[in-house]
Design a protein around this ligand. Structure first.
Ligand SMILES: O=c1ccn([C@H]2C[C@H](O)[C@@H](COP(=O)(O)OP(=O)(O)OP(=O)(O)O)O2)c(=O)[nH]1
Ligand SMILES: [Mg+2]
Length: 152
């Protein structure tokens, strides 16, 4: 069962006419974000280059939730385009424009144009945790093993 959640969204002037993010299928976890670049100013990412691409959107995510900006697998597989800080974190109290930090990990330059679906936004619950200083921690079978301690 999915929990319904309403999120107020504003379209900035440079995003006018672009579709609001929406799930592409009834079971989609993410809502695709589109590039709100000027028509005449596509961004070409050379191999290893990155850019903050505007979405033309501001959000008011309810407290207790966050937005995660995740890559689209098709762009990653076909073109090497991914999200440099994946998953990008959109804080509930952020009211600025959502931007997508794309990086080209492929071998060829890739051009991003207005209206292209560049990433997906997943809304997720956040746990507010408080760290409590402690003299000892409970023992576990893992202990301090990590970083491949269980084998490859
Ligand atoms: O992919 C992203 C990541 C972040 N943000 C915005 C929303 C987020 O709430 C804010 C801060 O993000 P983050 O905490 O990841 O960046 P920071 O470098 O720690 O900046 P700050 O000092 O403002 O927290 O920037 C985006 O628009 N896109
Ligand atoms: Mg921060």
């Amino acid at each position: 069962m999915t929990m319904p959640l309403s999120i107020p969204v504003q379209r900035l002037a440079h995003g006018e006419g672009l579709p609001l993010p929406a799930a592409q299928t009834s079971g989609s976890a993410g809502m695709d974000l589109v590039a709100a670049l000027p028509d005449a100013e596509p961004v070409t990412l050379a191999p290893r280059a990155r850019a903050a691409v505007p979405t033309g959107l501001t959000l008011a995510i309810p407290e207790g939730f966050e937005g995660q900006v995740r890559p689209r697998s098709g762009l990653a597989l076909k073109h090497g385009i991914t999200v440099a800080n994946a998953p990008g974190t959109i804080d509930a109290d952020y009211r600025g424009e959502v931007k997508v930090i794309l990086i080209n990990l492929g071998e060829e330059p890739v051009t991003i144009r207005r209206g292209e679906r560049i990433a997906q936004l997943v809304i997720a619950p956040v746990t507010r945790a408080t760290l409590i200083p402690a003299d000892t921690l409970d023992k576990t079978s893992r202990g301090s093993g990590g970083f491949g301690s269980t084998g490859r």
